[in-house]
Design a protein around this ligand. Structure first.
Ligand code: 13P
Ligand code: SF4
Length: 327
């Protein structure tokens, strides 16, 4: 390649990177949604502008259900990779777009399929109940998938003498052991967001806001959950603040959900639980990789797209279907 050719190649990469972004992104995204016959699914941890444009904002279970039943041609998933993969597994004939393919999850990354397979082989008599925050490969190696909103219900349906192996979140696992009284063998994964909340700082916050109730996602550490007045999935937390007569809440989950809480209850006070360090660690860095600009570009170019082999889809679908039947 000559010097000239190298320069042309470099400038064409720059042109792609510097693609023009329209001023009225909101309008453009709505236009593309209509022309693609797309449904836009968003998790509560997405930035508020994205939540406001979505057809549905929900927790992992609600978004999976919607992905399975949509009659749209394209599913645009404003969430993380494992969520978009689940949508593809449940709707394999649809095109599934994710604004940033790097939007991962520390729980999914901390449970590689090869190690999970070995873990299962070491405990062949155990049934594997796996949290939906895992890769399609790990789903395919599992017996039943669960989310934070149906895990307890599913575990209670497992015959008493069947040993259970639970992966990948040890905090959710320990919470479920306490709730159901079932012994379970736990994979030692954690969520980088929920493990950072400081129990000490929450205690201090409670002295500043003595009326405030602490509500927490079960991915939090036990020391935080022990202080909580209510524990539940993101949707359960949102429902709780709407139904409760209380006026002040400390929120121990990713801060993105406060947008919906504030919209639903403008007269109530929502205080984000503080992380251990003075950082923005109560924001999920993976979820926040999706931006309005990337959302627009992915719809415009119909890329990045989630692709999975038919074989993987077939294998990963079974444990998700079991979850749907049991929840
Ligand atoms: P929910 O299913 O409760 O929305 O949780 C998803 C998640 O990734 C929490 O960190
Ligand atoms: Fe994964 Fe934690 Fe982000 Fe949820 S908040 S997507 S569990 S890293």
């Amino acid at each position: 390649m000559s010097m000239n050719e190298i320069q042309i190649a470099q400038s064409s990469v720059e042109t792609t990177e510097l693609e023009e972004i329209p001023v009225n992104l909101e309008q453009e995204i709505l236009f593309l949604k209509q022309s693609l016959n797309a449904v836009l699914l968003a998790h509560y941890y997405q930035e508020s502008e994205i939540q406001d444009l979505a057809d549905i904002v929900g927790d992992s279970l609600e978004l999976s259900r919607r992905a399975a039943t949509t009659d749209a041609d394209v599913i645009v998933f404003a969430g993380v990779h494992f969520m978009a993969e689940t949508a593809k597994i449940l709707s394999p004939t649809k095109q599934v777009l994710l604004p940033d393919l790097n939007a991962g999850c520390s729980l999914a990354e901390g449970c590689p399929a090869l190690l999970f397979k070995q873990f299962r082989e070491q405990h062949p008599d155990h049934i594997a109940i796996t949290y939906i925050n895992c890769s399609a490969e790990v789903k395919a190696l599992s017996d039943i998938i669960c989310t934070s909103s149906n895990a307890e219900k599913i575990i209670r349906q497992i015959p008493e003498h069947t040993p259970i192996l639970f992966a990948p979140d040890r905090n959710l696992g320990n919470y479920l052991i306490k709730k159901t009284g079932r012994r379970m063998l736990l994979w030692q994964g954690t969520c980088i967001v929920h493990e950072t909340f400081s129990a000490k700082k929450i205690l201090h916050l409670k002295t500043q806001y003595p009326q405030a109730k602490l509500i927490a996602h079960p991915e939090c550490e036990e020391i935080v959950l022990n202080q909580a007045d209510f524990i539940g999935s993101t949707s359960a937390l949102l429902r709780h603040v709407q139904q409760s007569l209380e006026k002040e809440f400390i929120i121990a989950t990713e801060v993105g959900i406060i947008h919906q809480m504030q919209k639903a209850c403008p007269d109530k006070l929502f205080i984000p639980a503080p992380p251990e360090e003075s950082c923005a660690c109560n924001q999920c860095p993976y979820m926040k990789l999706n931006t309005m600009e990337k959302l627009y570009l992915c719809m415009k170019h119909r890329s990045p797209e989630i692709t999975l082999s038919d074989e993987l889809i077939r294998r990963a679908r079974l444990p998700i279907q079991r979850m749907m039947e049991m929840s």
